[in-house]
Design a protein around this ligand. Structure first.
Ligand SMILES: [Ca+2]
Ligand SMILES: [Ca+2]
Ligand SMILES: [Ca+2]
Length: 192
């Protein structure tokens, strides 16, 4: 091949790559449109009245953990399942007593680097469980006005102050954003 023809081919190839790149295409094989989800791993030994599942790394060991919100209209203990990355989970109760939980989300609400758990109840004020980083020891505080049932919730910083806020989807109560503020009872921030 002559040097002139080589330069032409090289230039054409570079133009093709540049054109494909400019269109946002990649040379990688196409990903499948659908996949199946028929295999399963049971997390319980008996059915429970559960309402939602949330996923995150609560103890910062690099393995995903699960929070199962349970109860709905009847008191039941929420469960934290700490995973070992091999399909095994160690379960601990979230909170000191059963409650009527409908919804839950995981987010770092106090900026200490550990995911906390916010839950929404069927009745009464709901709770935030601040995680000490272990994934199984929490400090509980109440949030919202206790009106209606918090059937759904999500976390995001809606006023841009750097502190995550909570948005609710409620029944028999107005949907609302609940903004993060310093807590009035500073004894809860005392070192253990
Ligand atoms: Ca973990
Ligand atoms: Ca935290
Ligand atoms: Ca905020």
């Amino acid at each position: 091949m002559s040097m002139h023809r080589f330069r032409l081919l090289f230039t054409a190839s570079m133009l093709h790559m540049s054109f494909v790149s400019s269109l946002g295409f990649s040379e990688a094989p196409p990903r499948p449109v659908v996949r199946s989800f028929d295999r399963s791993l049971n997390l319980d030994t008996a059915p429970t009245t559960s309402a939602s599942a949330s996923v995150g790394d609560l103890n910062s060991d690099g393995f995903l953990d699960i929070v199962l919100a349970r109860g709905r209209h009847w008191p039941e203990s929420n469960r934290v399942l700490l995973g070992d990355g091999a399909g095994n989970f160690a379960g601990v109760a979230l909170g000191p007593s059963p409650d009527r939980t409908y919804s839950a989300a995981l987010a770092d609400l106090n900026g200490d680097g550990s995911l906390d758990v916010v839950v929404g109840y069927d009745t009464g004020r709901s709770s935030v469980f601040f995680n000490d980083g272990s994934g199984h020891r929490f400090v509980e505080t109440a949030w919202n006005d206790g009106v209606g049932a918090v059937y759904g919730l999500a976390v995001g910083d809606f006023n841009g102050d750097g502190w995550p806020d909570i948005v609710t989807a409620r029944s028999e109560g107005l949907n609302a954003i609940w903004f993060s503020d310093p807590i009035k009872d500073e004894t809860l921030n005392a070192s253990p």
